[in-house]
Design a protein around this ligand. Structure first.
Ligand SMILES: C[S@@+](CC[C@H](N)C(=O)[O-])C[C@H]1O[C@@H](n2cnc3c(N)ncnc32)[C@H](O)[C@@H]1O
Length: 257
């Protein structure tokens, strides 16, 4: 193997890392002269999930992309369970007056604060949103509501949303849970099977009693949603004009009366 060949292979490998590094916001500068890139190690490492979602949000052609699409000019927007604020960076929100996000994951929030100074992110739970009543034109939760005490989180989102303001949710349905159960059976993981049974039971409780409970072993919440269940929960929380979409994603939207 010649030296020139090794050198070319090294630089090709370095170039392949660029898109991922850009998503991490960690490129300091490109030295075009030598065709290589210098990386700054991020101070906070982010779970790969949030980075993948960031890539999806920034790729308008990705079929997995699902972002609230309203005429948001001058709106105050709140993302409940925002992770690092990845969804708030979407082009749909660029004209907003303010973009706020809360999440219980302190590391994700720290990463978001470091990389997206235009966002106002804080560490807080959906069950106790640290904002005044009637503040937001839009409050949304993208696959985070399933990890909360749903009726309490909905009551809080209702409180912080303005009258006539909107709420938007991306949810977890039964179809997804079937995959988790099948995986638990395939891998013969009793612990996982018990955990997924808890999630399904919570889904049933939410659907029929409008309540859910925390995992006795960790104190965290998780549930799946049904169309009829989320309609009822949203109406009970005080929302009107509830619309549910099931075109690939499971999305519910409503208005605060
Ligand atoms: C599947 S991730 C979704 C992240 C982001 N919304 C997105 O769409 O990429 C779920 C997020 O909900 C957050 N979360 C879980 N329980 C929460 C709670 N009670 N209050 C606020 N956020 C919560 C997690 O920390 C995690 O960041």
């Amino acid at each position: 193997m010649t030296f020139a060949f090794r050198l070319r292979r090294f630089f090709t490998a370095a170039l392949l890392q660029i898109p991922r590094a850009r998503a991490r916001g960690s490129i300091v500068k490109s030295l075009r002269l030598f065709n290589c890139t210098i990386y700054r190690k991020p101070r906070v490492d982010l779970p790969i999930y949030h980075l993948d979602e960031l890539e999806i949000v920034n790729n308008l052609a990705d079929p997995r992309r699902a972002v609230p699409a309203y005429p948001c000019a001058n709106w105050r927007v709140l993302d409940v369970g925002c992770g690092a604020g990845q969804t708030l960076t979407a082009v749909e929100f660029r004209a907003c007056r303010e973009r706020h996000g809360i999440d219980v994951d302190a590391e994700a929030v720290a990463y978001g604060r470091e990389h997206y100074p235009m966002l106002k992110l804080s560490v807080a739970g959906a069950e106790r949103i640290p904002y005044p009543t009637n503040m937001f034109d839009l409050s949304y939760s993208r696959v985070s509501l399933p990890y909360t005490n749903v009726p309490v989180a909905l009551a809080e989102m209702h409180r912080v949303t303005k009258r006539g303001g909107r709420v938007w949710f991306m949810l977890h349905g039964w179809q997804m849970e079937r995959g988790h159960i099948a995986e638990a059976i395939k891998t013969r993981s009793l612990r996982r099977l018990i955990d997924r049974s808890y999630v399904m039971l919570n889904g049933l409780l939410l659907r029929y009693l409008g309540r859910c409970f925390a995992r006795p072993w960790s104190g965290t919440y998780e549930s799946i949603q049904t169309e009829a269940g989320i309609r009822r929960l949203l109406r009970r929380a005080g929302f009107v004009d509830v619309v549910v979409h099931r075109d690939g994603h499971f999305i519910a939207e409503a208005v605060k009366a």
